[in-house]
Design a protein around this ligand. Sequence first.
Ligand code: ADP
Ligand code: MG
Length: 239
Amino acid sequence: MASADAIIRRARDHGRATLDEPDAKALLAESGLDVPAGIRVARGDDLAGAAAGLSPPFAVKLISPDAVHKSDLGMVRVGVPDLAAADALVVELDGVARAGGLRVDGFLIEEMAPAGRELVIGGIDDPRFGPVIMTGLGGIFVEVFQDVAFRVCPIDRQDAADMLDELRAAPLLAGARGQRPVSRESVIAALLKIGGDGGLLMRFSGEIVELDINPLIVSPTGAVAVDARIVLKERLTLA
Ligand code: ADP
Ligand code: MG
């Protein structure tokens, strides 16, 4: 696994301040979070060889700096049954993306996370407070109800637990309306790996200015970061 420093250095060397999804996930994995097993491919690659270690069904997604909200552009397909279908989708999405003027940096083919609740974990490096972590349940709970909890980092285990308890949607994690409870421990562990002492935001304070895991899918047995975006601090380059 590439070290966090190496991933960040490579992005900087390519003049990119925003890590693409595979690189952002590599950084999360290096910090101990679970991410889906996946590979980056280009149209025309031999998927049977490249993706041989992956188990279906798959998610297939465009990698592009022009697609921040990939599903709004039709650039995420989930539940893809096999590699032949994934291969056909890469060809199809590649054509649609290019026709629509999107830059294509390749495609991500990854395993599907176990079903569960979708949470978000966010982070910013606040000029006054330093790293700040946020969490909430994904979709309408964050976007419409603004049901989120914030803490200044580093957080400890109790802070992480309190953040979850503060959410008005918290009962959904405990299994409201006959659903199985999801793994609260896995969410707490993920929050600590991002915002705890020695977590990603503290280790790269002043370097990572924005982090967005949306969603973290939390099942009864674990939590998987299924989408991630990480923005690095802009550097002035002196000629
Ligand atoms: P975007 O937010 O850019 O539209 P995502 O990568 O978040 O794209 O994918 C959109 C949705 O598809 C996710 O919210 C999730 O519900 C589902 N999804 C994406 N990748 C996976 C995966 N590997 N396993 C399970 N569900 C996934
Ligand atoms: Mg997303």
